[in-house]
Design a protein around this ligand. Structure first.
Ligand SMILES: [Cu+2]
Length: 193
C-alpha cells in the first residue's frame, strides 16, 4: 500500500443542498437543488487491442447509490459495449446493456441499491469491469461523509471511489460555493478521511 498515492486515486465530488432564488422579477421561491455527481469511465485509445492492459478506466469503481456513470468511448474508430454480467451468460445484459457505443459516443446508467455488478465488452469479451454500489455514512466533525466503499476506503479492493460530503448544518441566503479540506490518512493499509 505504501507505494500508492491516495490523492491520485480518490476522486472527490461534493454534493450540496443549497437554497436557490426563484425567477427574476418574481417573489423568490425557496427551492432546493440536489447536485448528484456523474462519474466518468473512459474507454481510452488502444482499448480494442488484445494486449492493451486498459479497456475501461477505471475498471473497478465504488459509488454511492443514486450516482450515474457515463462510459465514454474515446478509442478512435473502435466500437465497444458496456454489458452487465459475464460474456455468454444467460443473465448477461439484464442490468444494463449499451449496445454498440461508437467512437466519441457514450452510454449512461444510474445505479441504486447495494450490489456489485460485473460487466464486460461484447466485442472484447475478455475485458471486464466492476461497479460496486453501496451507501455507508461516516459522521465527521462537521459533515456527513458517504462513500461507495463503506466506512474505510480500501485502495487494494476499490481502485477509485467517490466521496459525497454534505455539511451537517448550513444556512445561506444565496448560492454559496463550498470548499472542503480533506485529510486522507493511511493506516494499516486502509485509507481514512
Ligand atoms: Cu471493447
Amino acid at each position: 500500500m505504501g507505494a500508492l498515492s491516495p490523492i491520485a486515486i480518490v476522486s472527490l465530488i461534493s454534493s450540496t443542498n443549497t437554497p436557490l432564488q426563484g425567477q427574476l422579477g418574481l417573489t423568490p421561491v425557496p427551492t432546493s437543488q440536489e447536485t448528484l455527481p456523474t462519474y466518468i469511465v473512459r474507454i481510452p485509445p488502444g482499448a480494442a487491442m488484445r494486449d492493451n492492459p486498459i479497456h475501461y478506466y477505471p475498471d473497478n469503481i465504488a459509488i454511492p447509490s443514486g450516482v450515474t456513470i457515463v462510459w465514454f468511448n474515446d478509442d478512435p474508430g473502435q466500437p465497444h459495449t458496456v454489458t452487465s454480467g459475464k460474456f455468454g451468460d444467460k443473465a448477461s445484459g439484464i442490468f444494463f446493456n449499451s449496445g454498440i457505443i461508437p467512437y466519441t459516443a457514450g452510454f449512461q446508467h444510474t445505479f441504486d441499491g447495494t450490489r456489485s455488478i460485473l460487466y464486460h465488452c461484447e466485442i472484447h469479451p475478455w475485458r471486464i469491469g466492476v461497479v460496486s454500489v453501496s451507501n455507508a455514512y461516516v459522521r465527521g466533525h462537521s459533515f456527513v461523509l458517504a462513500s461507495g466503499t463503506g466506512q474505510i476506503l480500501n485502495l487494494t479492493k476499490d481502485h477509485r471511489t467517490l466521496l459525497d460530503i454534505k455539511p451537517i448544518t448550513i444556512s445561506s441566503e444565496k448560492t454559496t460555493p463550498i470548499t472542503y479540506n480533506i485529510d486522507i490518512i493511511q493506516k494499516n493499509g486502509d485509507v481514512r478521511t
